[in-house]
Design a protein around this ligand. Structure first.
Ligand code: EPU
Length: 308
């Protein structure tokens, strides 16, 4: 195994970097190396070289659905946000090929300006298109899987492959790409009047900002919705809205968000997640499962409550 200090990075790299500014929750300690590929070739080369050298790594996009331990991590991080292109993928200009690091808000804005409709399913969602593909981002206005047509990715064996999207590739907040490295996603949108798209975006944003704490630092929804239910409503019913540990607070707007009131620590947030799960289980017998990814050196004990 090559040590990080001897690692020959095939792209720009920084050493001993804190991840705080790379997450929407504004929390995350240092990692030994942060690789910043600028194109598909550099991204694939970075991942392959890390694998060859036996250096454990994680992929990071917009840091929108992640809680990262503030004491830091031992893994290398491959940051995709420098690989953020968007090009036409058909003659009509309705199919677009997107680099994994393209920010979702940028994608929404640019396609609106181009007079294309379909990106509305991602309005108000932070993060990158790579993350949106892996997590099948979306909600009541639609899902990434409904506009995705092809995905180019590295398989778990790190072979580069491009496949047409099929329904079985995606689930609720999940996809088969979780075990892969997404390089590019091709989406297909439809033509519409710019003004009409703008109006729809405005309405969705208004609705979302009334229901969700969009301007406070958060990691998005903490838990997956249990079958046929809303996690936020369950958390509210268990009296957990507004409860706080340190600077981590269950949003008073939406029960499924934890907001960072300033200096929330990783342990504050994990303790609050445990408390919310416990209270919801006591109150309604519902076992909530986290949607956010939790990155820590410590194995975290979030036991299932229900007997399975
Ligand atoms: N509700 C409450 N109390 C709360 C929160 C919600 O009573 O504290 C009620 C709402 O009034 C509504 C119902 O629960 O009747 C559903 O709430 P909402 O419309 O806010 O949607 P959600 O199911 O909580 C899902 C996604 C969100 C996505 C929205 C809108 C999950 C876990 N969450 O939330 O995604 O933005 O739909 O499409 O699937 C995310 O995953 O990070 C996320 C924010």
């Amino acid at each position: 195994m090559t040590s990080v200090s001897n690692f020959q990075a095939p792209c720009p790299a920084r050493y001993d970097v804190a991840l705080r500014d790379h997450t929407t929750f504004r929390m995350g300690g240092k990692v030994p190396i942060l690789l910043e590929p600028r194109n598909r070739e550099e991204l694939a080369a970075a991942v392959r070289r890390l694998r060859e050298d036996g250096i454990p790594y994680r992929m990071l996009g917009g840091g929108a659905n992640i809680l990262i331990d503030d004491v830091g991590l031992d893994e290398a991080i491959v940051l995709t946000t420098g690989f953020a292109f968007m090009v036409r993928d058909n003659e009509e200009g309705t199919a677009l090929r997107l680099g994994a690091g393209l920010s979702i808000p940028q994608f929404v804005t640019k396609t609106r300006e181009m007079g294309l409709t379909g990106a509305e399913c991602l309005v108000g969602v932070p993060g990158t298109m790579g993350g949106a593909t892996v997590m099948n981002a979306g909600g009541r206005h639609g899902w990434l899987s409904s506009i995705a047509r092809r995905v180019r990715y590295l398989t778990p064996a790190l072979d580069e492959q491009e496949d047409a999207v099929t329904e079985r590739m995606f689930g609720y907040r999940s996809s088969m790409f979780d075990a892969c490295v997404v390089l590019e996603t091709v989406v297909e949108l439809r033509r519409d009047a710019q003004k009409a798209v703008q109006e729809r975006i405005k309405t969705i944003l208004k609705e979302k900002s009334a229901a969700q704490p969009l301007i406070e630092p958060s990691a998005g929804c903490i838990f997956k919705n249990p079958e046929g239910q809303s996690a936020g409503r369950c958390i509210e019913a268990a009296g957990q809205k507004g409860t706080r540990i340190g600077d981590a607070e269950v949003s008073t707007k939406h029960g499924n968000f934890i907001v960072n009131r300033g200096a929330a620590t990783f342990r504050d947030v994990i303790q609050l997640i445990r408390q919310v799960r416990e209270r919801v289980f006591e109150h309604a017998g519902i076992d909530l499962h986290t949607e956010v990814k939790i990155w820590s050196r410590e194995p975290l004990d979030l036991p299932a409550y229900s007997a399975t």
